[in-house]
Write a protein that binds this ligand. Structure first.
Ligand SMILES: CSC[C@H]1O[C@H](OP(=O)(O)O)[C@H](O)[C@@H]1O
Length: 330
């Protein structure tokens, strides 16, 4: 059975609580869009494409429950600010000619199915860049748990492995929420893909020692010039990769493109709570009243990205994802 982060069955939405993985596999039933918004905000479900799919199903619940769809859309849109897929999915549903329950659910299922197909295409295109025997470094979780299945950056890794390229993965722990140590390690273990989890701070010396052949990461929002918002720490990996002459790739579906933004300066960067840093599994590890700055994302300039892989193919810089419509509106 395909690993996925959520299931719509018999009119009900349930989500795999990613906060408990890898030690607890617990599915949570969600009865309404309020609970979906809360599950996105609390990172029960996380990952740019996955929260877009979740929001689409949240609107399907709102329609089925007879809720005010505009209010439901606003509540879901307020759950997290950085991943543009959330707003792309909400806008797509709200643009339907009719917001009856059947039509909204059908469109939500299309959003999910299309994301899965886009990830398979990203994998096909991206694995062409991966040489046999490469050591591939990645950050956060960009796999089936962050999408509708297969994954983006981790989808490229899966596809390269499935193509018999015998790669090895360095999976950054990804402080503070440890999506790499908990979720990517969980997925790679399930698939039997060789990997080592590493502290985020170990990446530099691995690159210096010639033990990294490429870096591949996901994205939460890509501006028209290729500036890319992704998990905090991605920018430092891009700078390190450029310093060491190592190719740095981003993998994302086109639903992650925000062509209204000419560059990454205006991408909203989510700041999360201090407890994500001061506590681990609810246990305090920092002094009382410890001051914390906890941005969830950073922006990597398109000039540091050697290729952006989408379902359409491999794009190389300089990037210009502006559509004709966007150019005419500038
Ligand atoms: C396939 S996109 C996954 C993307 O989302 C992650 O952020 P979060 O776990 O906070 O939702 C991270 O930026 C990943 O690259």
């Amino acid at each position: 059975m395909r690993l996925t982060s959520m299931r719509w069955e018999d009119g009900r939405l349930s989500m795999l609580d990613q906060r408990g993985l890898p030690t607890r596999e617990e599915w949570i039933p969600l009865a309404d869009h309020h609970q979906v918004a809360e599950s996105i905000r609390d990172m029960v479900v996380r990952g740019a494409p996955a929260i877009g799919v979740a929001a689409a199903y949240g609107l399907a619940l709102a329609a089925a429950n007879g809720a005010d769809m505009d209010e439901a859309a606003k509540e879901l849109a307020a759950s997290r600010p950085t991943a543009v897929n959330l707003f792309w999915a909400i806008d797509r549903i709200m643009a339907l000619p009719s917001l009856n329950a059947e039509a909204v659910l059908a469109e939500a299922k299309k959003v999910e199915d299309e994301d899965y197909e886009m990830n398979l295409a990203i994998g096909r295109h991206g694995q062409e860049l991966i040489h046999p025997g490469w050591n591939v470094l990645t950050i956060c979780n960009t796999g089936a748990l962050a999408t509708a299945g297969h994954g983006t950056a981790l989808g490229v890794i899966r596809s390269a492995h499935d193509a018999g390229k015998e790669i090895h993965v360095w999976s950054c722990e990804t402080r503070p929420r440890q999506q790499g140590l908990r979720l990517t390690a969980y997925e790679l273990t399930k698939e039997g893909i060789p990997f080592h989890s590493i502290a985020d701070s170990a990446a530099a010396s691995l690159m210096r020692d010639g033990r990294v052949d490429c870096v591949i990461a996901g994205a939460d929002r890509i501006a028209a010039n290729g500036d890319t918002a992704n998990k905090i720490g991605t920018y430092s990996l891009a700078v390190l990769a450029r310093h060491h002459g190592i190719p740095f790739f981003i993998a994302a579906p086109t639903s992650t493109l925000d062509t209204k933004l000419p560059n990454g300066d205006a991408i909203p960067i989510e700041e999360r709570g201090a407890e994500e840093i001061t506590h681990i599994e609810g246990i305090q590890i920092a002094p009382e009243a410890c001051h914390v700055f906890n941005p969830g994302f950073d922006v990597t300039p398109g000039t540091l990205i050697d290729a952006i892989i989408t379902e359409e193919g491999v794009h190389s810089g300089p990037y210009s994802f502006l559509s004709e419509r966007d150019i005419s509106s500038l």
